[in-house]
Design a protein around this ligand. Structure first.
Ligand SMILES: NC(=O)c1ccc[n+]([C@@H]2O[C@H](COP(=O)([O-])OP(=O)(O)OC[C@H]3O[C@@H](n4cnc5c(N)ncnc54)[C@H](O)[C@@H]3O)[C@@H](O)[C@H]2O)c1
Length: 279
């Protein structure tokens, strides 16, 4: 065991599932005390219980100022400090319909959770960290926020804003020894990647998933499916003292997708949708 995070206290938002869950597990294995900040009152407490005394669940809607302040206070009161804030929770809008048919009713929800949630988490954690010697803030954006692409435009816009905000915050907070870095996951199969393609039969969804996997991996230089655990390893580096001189950077964990030209597979995705809808 490396115990890279021994003695540290971390909050992981969206820690009940996917990338957040893998990060909670890794941080705990590496010796940190961890608060899972999530709205999933089923999986959150279950995970905390499975991981033992050093992991606690606190219901937190990241778009609520009171909840975010509440979880920061909870971490400090329960574990005696806060050294790592991983602002990772997000929601997506659906892959379909297309932008022209999108009534934008989910705009505020997506922006509130994805952008305001990250800004609140950064600010409230930094207020504590600035008074206590500093800390590490990690914000999850997406390759969808740095490279333009087809579909989920509200989600992409929210992630582009997370990227820019985080770089500005890195400059602003450096004087307080608070580092702010960004992780850009590529395509990782989680609840979110399933949910964003919702609104069809189970058979249709399964077919769509297979088609999208093929499309998404077609131009991925590393021909291995990315996993939530791969993203957690990047968060471990950014949260640990190994990255003490690192702030304002973006780590893509995407199998190399963002290295080259982006390819917009518009026709293949539309074909996949048509096939899935007919099932
Ligand atoms: N999965 C991918 O392919 C992918 C790609 C790029 C970026 N990302 C980003 O990675 C992060 C984690 O996503 P994931 O794929 O693990 O998704 P996921 O759906 O498995 O996990 C998201 C978690 O966030 C929680 N959550 C949702 N709304 C919340 C709120 N208001 N307050 C607190 N918690 C809330 C959910 O309950 C869930 O536990 C997100 O920021 C996502 O945008 C994911």
């Amino acid at each position: 065991m490396r115990e890279e995070l021994a003695g540290k206290v971390a909050i992981v938002t969206g820690g009940a599932s996917g990338i957040g869950r893998a990060s909670v597990e890794l941080f705990a294995r590496e010796g940190a005390s961890v608060v899972i900040a999530d709205v999933d009152d089923e999986r959150g407490p279950q995970l905390a219980e499975a991981l033992g005394e050093r992991v606690r669940y606190r219901r937190t809607d990241v778009s609520s100022e009171a909840d975010v302040q509440g979880v920061v206070d909870f971490a400090v009161e329960t574990f005696g400090g806060l050294h790592i804030m991983f602002n990772n929770a997000a929601v997506s809008n659906r892959l379909f319909p297309s932008f022209l048919d999108d009534d934008l009713t989910d705009f505020r929800k997506v922006m509130d959770v994805n952008l305001l949630g990250v800004m609140l988490g950064t600010q409230r954690a930094a207020r504590h960290m600035a008074k206590h010697g500093g800390g590490s803030i990690i914000n999850t954006a997406s390759i969808g926020g740095s490279v333009a692409g087809f579909g989920v435009v509200t989600y992409r816009a929210s992630k582009a804003a997370v990227l820019h905000f985080s770089k500005c915050a890195a400059i602003d907070l450096a004087q307080h020894n608070v580092r702010v870095n960004i992780i850009n996951p590529g395509h990782i199969r989680t609840t979110m990647s399933s949910w964003s393609a919702g609104g069809m039969s189970e058979a249709g969804f399964n077919q769509l998933q297979r088609d999208l996997d093929e499309i998404n991996f077609a131009d991925q230089p590393i021909k291995r499916e990315g996993r939530a655990e791969d993203v957690a390893e990047a968060a471990l580096y950014l949260g640990s003292d190994r990255s003490q001189q690192v702030t304002g950077i973006v780590i893509p964990v995407d199998g190399g997708v963002s290295v080259g030209d982006s390819v917009n597979h518009v026709q293949q995705i539309l074909d996949a949708q048509t096939r899935a809808m007919q099932m």
